[in-house]
Design a binder for this molecule. Structure first.
Ligand SMILES: *Cc1c(COP(=O)(O)O)cnc(C)c1O
Length: 423
């Protein structure tokens, strides 16, 4: 695809794929849209943004007369499955003229959400069966997932935890921090606690600080991290005060969730800068989604733009088999093609690990294009990102293959130390 685009443009200065890549990487503000008369102090107040979320079909219709019948049907049904909620800030990123707008696809319910295949599940990663106490998932030996709330600033239509998030299906989610913390205290093998939900950054600074203090008080907990989409949905929440508070709990990492380079606005860029300046290592988790990011140029722009924001693309997830998500799931074939076009073609720091969270509860399994063509006891045959083939010889123990290297026959070289004061 990229090659065709280059071939078509031999006469122009810049190939279209490259100019599209560059324009996707530009930072622009989300704008005020419908809310242009709202005073700055309110618009920039995260509580104002939460209070003014778009949550009903009527609001959607008023703000976006271009709503399609599929979207109207989806919005009618949404509150029975996963609530509709979009912050005004994030709503302004939607292109009302484009039914396939990548932001719109992620946020506006569609009637296809009511279609269910037999292989789709309400708990596709088998979290409930790995939960020793409510709100805690202990699947891997040394770390736990600690769900702190069932609320988010906005709801992603493909949410893997839509069974509990937003409380639309009546899932009785009442985590008790005392019980979750007691479990961690009683399990010295747990050295890594991942706070998620719902979105932990919806808590007030004080409430979050209190929770982090209790976790930091446990000797064997070495490492804390927070999974959040708030920097993307609600960059106003990333206040200097929040950053100063989080800084006290290092080592603390944050994983954000963004899928399309357009989500990285000027406002988000500034919020991520505040987090990075607080010394918080940042990673990103993306979900591979149809009409959103299932093409090479979009994904390349996304990972490169994340690096500009000091965010390491951490995981690219194959979309879980969550009920009613078929219209959003891209194929594994597409995912592998995207990975093929990232590795070697762009900065290694920009290449995420592509994973499938094994249906039923097997945990994350990496999937990768094949670079090892064959392997036996003595040698590994590899191909590189360009398809060239190379051989790596393993030191076979019983092969008398060694001789003295030529340099060792020569007289020793006298090394001169530099003057380190003037180096
Ligand atoms: C993803 C996940 C983790 C964290 O996995 P890492 O590979 O360490 O990032 C921990 N617990 C559960 C249940 C998870 O789904």
């Amino acid at each position: 695809m990229h090659r065709d685009a280059v071939a078509q443009s031999v006469s122009s200065d810049e190939p279209p794929a490259r100019s599209r890549l560059n324009s996707l990487k530009e930072f622009s503000p989300a704008g005020r849209g419908f809310w242009r008369d709202v005073p700055d102090a309110e618009w920039n107040d995260w509580h104002w943004q939460l209070k003014h979320r778009i949550t009903t079909l009527e609001q959607l219709q008023r703000l976006m007369p271009t709503l399609t019948p599929e979207e109207i049907g989806g919005a009618r049904f949404a509150n029975h499955k996963l609530a509709l909620a979009i912050t005004p800030y994030f709503f302004n990123l939607i292109d009302p003229a484009d039914e396939n707008c990548p932001i719109r696809r992620q946020m506006i319910p569609r009637i296809e959400e009511t279609h269910t295949a037999v292989w789709e599940m309400s708990d596709p990663c088998g979290e409930d069966s790995h939960s020793p106490v409510p709100g805690l998932v202990h699947r891997y030996p040394d770390r736990v997932l600690f769900l702190v709330t069932d609320r988010c600033a906005a709801y992603c239509r493909y949410c893997t935890r839509s069974r509990l998030v937003s409380n639309a299906t009546g899932y009785d989610f009442h985590p008790e921090f005392d019980k979750q913390i007691a479990y961690i205290e009683q399990h010295p093998e747990v050295r890594d606690v991942l706070l998620s939900g719902g979105d932990p950054l919806l808590f007030s600074d004080d409430k979050l600080r209190h929770l982090l203090e209790r976790l930091r008080a446990i000797k064997h907990v070495e490492f804390l991290r927070i999974g959040t989409r708030i920097p993307i949905f609600l960059p106003q929440r990333i206040t200097p005060e929040l950053c100063a508070m989080l800084k006290e709990f290092h080592p603390l990492f944050i994983s954000i969730h963004t899928n399309h380079p357009r989500e990285l606005t000027t406002e988000v860029g500034a919020a991520l800068e505040r987090l990075a300046d607080a010394g918080i290592p940042l990673g990103n988790q993306s979900v591979l989604l149809k009409h959103v990011n299932d093409d090479v140029t979009t994904m390349q722009a996304l990972v490169q733009k994340l690096l500009l924001c000091r965010v390491k693309p951490y995981y690219l997830y194959q979309c879980d088999l969550i009920t009613g998500s078929a219209h959003l799931r891209a194929s594994v074939k597409t995912g592998l093609e995207i990975m093929e076009h990232l590795r070697g073609h762009t900065t290694g720091y920009g290449v995420p690990t592509y994973v499938i969270d094994a249906p039923g509860g097997g945990g994350k399994v990496p999937v990768s294009p094949e670079y090892v063509l064959s392997r036996n006891r003595d040698r590994v045959v590899l191909r590189n990102y360009e398809g060239k083939v190379f051989e790596y010889i393993e030191g076979a123990t019983d092969a008398p293959a060694y001789k003295i290297s030529e340099n060792f026959d020569k007289p020793p070289v006298k090394l001169v130390e530099p003057d380190w004061e003037r180096f």
